[in-house]
Design a protein around this ligand. Sequence first.
Ligand SMILES: [Zn+2]
Length: 265
Amino acid sequence: MWGIRIIVALSAALSAPTIACADVITRLPTSENVIALTFDACEAGKPVAFDRALLDYLLDQRIPFTVFVTGRFVQTNTQDVTELSKLDFVEIENHSWNHPNNMDRLPLDVVRDEVTRGEAAITSAIGRKPQFFRFPAGNYNAAALAVVEGLGYKVVHWSWASGDPSPLESRDGLIRRVQTLTRPGQILIFHINGRGVHTAEALPVIVADLRKRGYRFAKLSDYLGAHPRGTAAQAHVVDRDREMLALKYFQQTAHAPRPSTAPAH
Ligand SMILES: [Zn+2]
């Protein structure tokens, strides 16, 4: 009798329509002087690649950062993504399969498909399942959010838009905006797929300025999730040889021919 009751209670819990949605995360839960630098690598139709000036700067300085990639971007840049995932200061997360800018208006089975196809591409490239999702163009509704959270994700957007894809935004304008708006615990967003018009030129100045103001940089998982490499104890065991080989790969491919980094959309 008790067994049956437990089964009934369990199946009711499992088939409950939706657990209340958490909010979309737009900052780290801390008042420390820490900033999460996040970069989107969006690809929809046209093949695009990493903005190498920007990526090489981040790698050279070993600045912790998080990249949100679409499945299509992973398909075009599989080896780059695989090598990046070997670096302990970098994390790769899910930005959908094909970057539909209207996930708030898509049927929920299509929403689910966008997330799981992106996830499959990422998982096969990096050997682990992503834990954060970012809606393309930031467009979502409660139903789409529930679907994504139901798939085990935390949805992470940004504290305020840097505006780096705007052709009207100058290098100095971008630097000034970040200087003026940044506060402790914020999540900053830029583009690393060539859509950031002046990001590669501005970021070294931005990083130097934030450091001077006492900020340090963290990955999202440092504050928001499970460490991708397992328990806290395991997280401290970093394979330095593997990291060195991955960094060497990026040094050797710095000038290799790649798909155009012109804007995809
Ligand atoms: Zn995007």
